[in-house]
Design a protein around this ligand. Structure first.
Ligand code: ADP
Length: 155
């Protein structure tokens, strides 16, 4: 049975932290689906199209990586894609508490799907899309936080 994982997120915008999780985990699975979910709690800063386009630019050439988008429950999307793993990154204990709730609810809804956590690299522990957006709102330079090749100048 193929090991298919879904890496769900808002990627608003994609950062070096996300990129690191993807590159470190891709060899653990036969296929990794990076899935842009509509988060009901968050109004996105960048459009869905823009966020998808950055992900495609970054990972579109990678054989084992698929870029996708979904609405609704992550576990339902996993079922649709026959994915048995949900991949998430952990930066802080706050991330852990947040993820524990979601992970355990997902486990109750779908016992055959495992959530897999990767600790983030120490240099990315304070990096989040929300901080990048805050810097942007105040006219700061965020280029060092974005994956190489991703620029915001054309939007
Ligand atoms: P969500 O709205 O689902 O939290 P995000 O795009 O903020 O979406 O995050 C997607 C995933 O990437 C989450 O598992 C998050 O913990 C992880 N992540 C975000 N930033 C980093 C980082 N700097 N290092 C490692 N993982 C990260």
């Amino acid at each position: 049975m193929k090991r298919i994982a879904v890496f769900p997120g808002s990627f608003d915008p994609v950062t070096k932290g996300h990129e690191s999780i993807v590159r470190r985990s891709v060899n653990l699975f036969d296929k990794l689906i990076i899935a842009l979910g509509e988060n009901s709690q968050k109004q996105s800063y960048f459009s869905m199209e823009q966020r998808l386009s950055w992900l495609r630019e970054l990972f579109g050439q990678e054989e084992k990586i698929e870029i996708s988008q979904y609405n609704g429950l992550t576990v339902e999307f996993c079922r649709e894609k026959k994915a048995r793993f949900i991949l998430r990154g952990l930066r802080t204990s706050a991330d852990f508490e947040f993820e524990r709730g979601i992970g355990q609810m997902n486990k109750m809804m779908c016992p055959d799907i495992e959530t897999v956590f990767l600790l983030c690299e120490p240099e990315y522990a304070s990096l989040s899309s929300s901080i990048v957006r805050d810097i942007l709102r105040h006219g700061g330079d965020v280029s060092r936080f974005l994956p190489d090749g991703i620029t915001l100048s054309d939007i």
